[in-house]
Design a protein around this ligand. Structure first.
Ligand code: NCD
Length: 353
């Protein structure tokens, strides 16, 4: 049984395979319309979602399968204090595969370790969002025809934007990628993301200026400032309008630059930009459904579990208030050593212990 918790759980070859399946689905959807007959997807969404939940459900239905849904903690026993582990064990009795979104970092990993069916991380707090990255990758492939040699600008909330963390992980594996990380200093990428970039030797720069960055970019990935993750709402108010991409700014961009956005958009891209052929975000939302179809097919057909080769120490305590290890009943603390950094990071949320 195979789950998808982090985008790095998939090798580059496997990503290529998913893209080939997605292209085949686009080419002839009828060929896939009965592939999941008799199978059920449980969509457990303990945080708001439009695209991700509906695209998972629509993906399963398009494969001939069925869907069971939980939306919001208030509609499930999680509101009675049920642990993620127990929820995962119980849902394993009713469904064949789980897609789970949860506000706590590491929640999907805990679910995967307790479920007897595949678990897909549909977003764990501000940590990861691997299936959005699958949508992003199919979009990049269909728009640019390649993954190599791209200068990728990522703009907005790089601290709490889980889609950003997963996209950086994925694109870091392709030859010639360079990142331009554009954010206010308060919303820069978390340490563990910066450390991973340094470790893999990927060129990257950090800046607050979208205008100065634009002319050099092949891709611009805009993101929303994640209001719900701020402890200090005054800081959110101060930062919420940091970036607005408009027609005037687009004049400075390359003629073939792609604008991506995981959506929802608040105000960071002017509606007038939508008609620019370089605006790819609505096509990206379509691609999300197709890649989720490809992923469901893959996970339901695999028996092999992913082997975790890391070694853990258990004597530390996670300081991250949003980490699942702070609330889940009797979950052992577990930290891995980071070579060259001389520190330990939590296996659930990757924050320093
Ligand atoms: C993103 C998410 O939930 O992280 N949305 C999505 O899944 N398409 C981005 C966001 O909420 O800003």
């Amino acid at each position: 049984m195979r789950s998808l918790i982090d985008i790095l759980d998939l090798s580059v070859e496997e990503l290529d395979g998913l893209i080939q399946t997605a292209l085949a689905i686009i080419d002839d959807p009828a060929r896939f319309s009965q592939c999941c007959r008799g199978k059920q997807l449980a969509a457990l969404f303990f945080e708001p979602s439009t695209r991700t939940r509906l695209s998972f459900e629509s993906a399963m239905l398009a494969l001939g399968g069925q869907v069971l849904s939980v939306t919001g903690a208030g509609g499930s026993s999680v509101s009675k204090g049920e642990s993620i582990a127990d929820t995962a064990k119980v849902v394993s009795c009713y469904a064949d595969i789980i897609a789970m979104r949860h506000p706590q970092e590491g929640a999907a990993l805990v679910a995967a370790e307790n479920a007897s069916i595949p678990v897909i991380n549909a977003g764990d707090g501000g940590h990861c969002h691997p299936t959005q990255t699958l949508a992003d990758l199919l979009t990049i492939y269909r728009e640019k025809g390649r993954f190599t040699g791209l200068t990728v600008g990522i703009c907005g909330d790089l601290k709490y934007g889980r889609t950003v963390h997963s996209l950086i992980g994925a694109m870091s594996r392709y030859e010639g990628t360079r990142f331009v990380l554009i954010s206010p200093p308060e919303l820069a990428v978390p340490d563990y993301v910066r450390a991973a970039l340094r470790e893999s030797g990927i060129p990257f720069s950090e800046t607050a200026s979208l205008e100065e960055s634009l002319p050099g970019l092949d891709l611009l990935y805009m993101t929303r400032i994640q209001r719900e993750r701020f402890d200090d709402l005054a800081l959110y108010e101060a930062l919420k309008d940091s970036y607005v991409l408009n027609e005037e700014k687009m004049k400075a961009a390359k003629a073939d630059m792609c604008v991506l956005h995981p959506l929802p958009r608040v105000n960071e891209i002017s509606v007038a930009v939508d008609k620019d052929p370089r605006a790819c975000y609505f096509r990206q939302a379509f691609n999300g459904k197709i890649m989720r179809m490809a992923l469901i097919l893959k996970l339901l057909s695999e028996k092999e579990e992913r082997r975790d080769s890391r070694r853990y120490v258990h004597h530390l305590h996670c300081k991250n208030a949003r980490c699942i290890s702070r609330t889940e009943q009797e979950l052992p603390q577990a930290f891995y050593a980071v070579p060259g950094e001389g520190i330990f990071r939590c296996r659930y949320c990757d924050q320093e212990g």
